[in-house]
Write a protein that binds this ligand. Structure first.
Ligand code: ATP
Length: 267
């Protein structure tokens, strides 16, 4: 069917690890502990997906399912302004906005335009979140023939509601089943509409968690067979973050370094 697209992180080391970027028609799971930068990654991808293809974007719009009230338009604003000048110039030209990276009015217009093309939906509980995944399919369908089709579906956090609502061992089977259905729906959007799906997940850092292993994501292996790319984030010194690619088919395991800065994720 559609050719698989690659969405650049705009960080060479990470892109190299991924063979060019995260892929459309598959799910990428970004997991890590509190504050490791998972939400930063989803925000950055919601920007990057909109960039023209010649600079690593997919010329698409995005849907952002927000379950923990983490979406921050101001963060998007910072990230757009923080893009390299040549990327801003290419994007301005692509959108027929007059001016260049140094031009305040032009960049203001670009910020608004990019914010306009991020469809944010807050998920109030796990059932609502599951419903939004079904709605995502409708949204993608509506935009399929538009100039900026949906090319990214981000879910931040995939597991928080499920984890809070299905507590105790007696409810684990139920939780897994619901999560599986949810992932299946997300996967479907990715496959049908050639979109990249990125989901965030916390690591099981507390002792009452299912696995109790601080390097394992919540839900353990249920995501194992669905998320084709699993990326483990961990904090290093200061703004430094280590990105590890885990068990990706056809790609070598490895690590890359990035930084979380005012202007977004940087080499
Ligand atoms: P949680 O599991 O709590 O949602 P997370 O992995 O999603 O955490 P983020 O919220 O993505 O973490 O990242 C938070 C970190 O990002 C902060 O600790 C900070 O270091 C960094 N950060 C956030 N905003 C900025 C900014 N404007 N400038 C520099 N660094 C920032």
């Amino acid at each position: 069917r559609n050719e698989i697209g690659k969405l650049s992180w705009q960080i060479d080391e990470v892109d190299d690890l991924l063979g060019g970027g995260i892929e459309t028609q598959s799910i990428t799971e970004v997991y890590g502990e509190f504050g490791s930068g998972k939400s930063q990654v989803t925000h950055q991808m919601a920007v990057n997906v909109q960039l023209p293809k010649e600079v690593g974007g997919l010329h698409g719009s995005s849907m952002f399912i927000d379950s923990e009230d983490t979406f921050r338009p101001e963060r998007i604003d910072d990230m757009v302004r923080g893009l390299p000048d040549d990327v801003i110039d290419a994007t301005l030209e692509d959108r027929e906005i007059e001016g260049s990276a140094g031009d305040e009015a032009a960049v203001d217009e670009l910020v608004d335009d990019i914010l306009d093309k991020i469809h944010v939906a807050k998920a109030f509980n796990s059932n609502h979140q599951m419903l939004l995944a079904e709605k995502a399919q409708e949204l993608a369908s509506e935009h399929e023939e538009s100039e900026y089709p949906i090319r990214l579906l981000a879910v931040d956090s995939l597991t928080a509601h499920f984890r809070a609502e299905y507590v105790g061992r007696g409810q684990l089977a139920d939780r897994q089943q619901k999560l599986n259905k949810h992932l299946h729906d997300l996967d479907k959007v990715g496959n049908l509409y050639n979109a990249a799906v990125i989901v965030t997940n916390q690591v099981a850092s507390n002792p009452d968690s299912y696995f109790g292993d601080p390097t394992q994501p919540i839900g353990g292996n249920i995501l194992g067979h669905k998320s084709t790319f699993r990326m483990y984030l961990r904090k290093s010194k200061g703004d430094k973050r280590i990105v590890r690619l885990v068990d990706a088919p056809n790609l070598a395991d490895g690590e890359a370094v990035m930084r979380v800065q005012d202007g977004g994720l940087k080499p």
